[in-house]
Design a protein. Sequence first.
Length: 402
Amino acid sequence: MKLYTHRRKKNKNATSGNSIGNSMASNEIRILHIMDKVSAGRSKMHGPARQIAYRVPFYPAHYKVMLLNLREEDVACDVLREKGLEVVSLNSSKFNPFTLFEVMRVMRKWRPTVLHLHGYASFNFGRVAGRLMKVPVIVQEHFVDERLPKYQQLVDWFLRNWQAKGLAVSEAVKRFMVVDRYMPDAQVEVLFNGIPLDKVTRSAPEQIQALRRSLGIPDGAKIVGTAGRMAEMKGHHILLQAAKLLAEKDDRLRFVLVGEGPWAETLRQQAAELGLANKAIFTGYQENVVPYISLFDVAVVASIFNEGFNTAGVEMLAVGAPLVITDMPCFHDIYFNEKNVLMVPPRDANALAGAIDRIVKEPQLQATLRSAGQETAQECRIEKIAARYAAIYEELCGSSSV
C-alpha cells in the first residue's frame, strides 16, 4: 500500500503531497486535520475543507496546519495547496484496517499537537490513533446524517469517550452527536461556519450588468437564484417545480442555479421537461460564487434534509440578497422567519413559489430582509470563528498565548 501520493502537476509554491515536513519549534501548535475525502460528488471541494482554508490565514504565526486526506488525490487537493495548506493523501478506504497504521506513521513524522477529525473513517481511525499516541482529539460533525449506518453507531458507542472535544456546526448537529453518536453533551460545543466578509461583498452595478448580459438575461428581468452542490439533499428539484409555477405568472423571471454535483444533469433535464429551458440558467461550478449571488433579487435555499449549516445562505445574506429558506431544525440557529428570512416547509413547491413571489412584489419586505440578513452575516465573520477555533486548540494544548 502506498502511504501517500501526489500525481498532479504541482504549483512550485505549493507543498508536495509526497513529502511531510517535520521541523518543529517548541511553541508550535500543530493541527492535523484528518478527512475521509476533500470533495463531494462532482463538486470541486466540499464545505468542511473550504472552511479550513478560510480559517488558516487568521491563526497566529506559531500555528502549523496540515490536512490528511484518507482517500485518493483529486483536484480539490491542489486547490487547497494553492491556498497554502499542506495536504497529504493516503489513497486508502474507510474499511481498510491498515489505514490506522498509515495515520500513525504520518503522525510520527509530522508530530501534531492536536488531531481534528472530520468524517466517519476519520473519527474511527483518528480517535484510536490519538489515544495510542497520546494526542488530544477533536471530532467535528458537519451535518445530520438521517441515514447513519448501524455499524458506525456501534463504533461510536465504543469510542464515545475517546475524544477531548466535540464540535457541531449547529444545535441540530449537536443533538445528533449526543443522541445518535453517544458523545458526552458537556464535550460538544456549537461553532458556526464562517465566511470571509471582506471577500463576500456585493459586486459593483456595472459588474452585475456585465454578468447578466453574459448569461443572456434580459434587462428588467428579476433573478431568483441558488448556489450549492447539486445533490438530492439541497432540493434544487423543488426549486425548479416552484420556478415553473412562478414562470407561468411572470414571464420576466429568470432562475440561476450555481454549482455542480451528482444531480446536475438530472436537474438540467428536469428544467427542459418543465419548459424552463430558456428561463433556468445553470452556471456550473464556480470557484468564486460572489459575482453570481450578487445577481439575485431573491435567493433560495431549498434543502429537504436536516443537513447541518448552510454557508451558502449566509453568503447570500452577506451580499444583500433577500433569502427564502426551508424550515429545517438545522437552520434555526441563525435564520428567523419574517425577520432575516422567509421560511417555508421543505418539499413544498407551492409554498416556496409563494414566498418568492411575495418578496418580488413587496419592496419593503425586500429592504427588511436585506438589512437584517447582512447583520446576521456579521455573526459568522471568519475572524470571529477562527479566533474561537484558535482558543480551543490552545486550551487542548495547555497554552494560553492566544
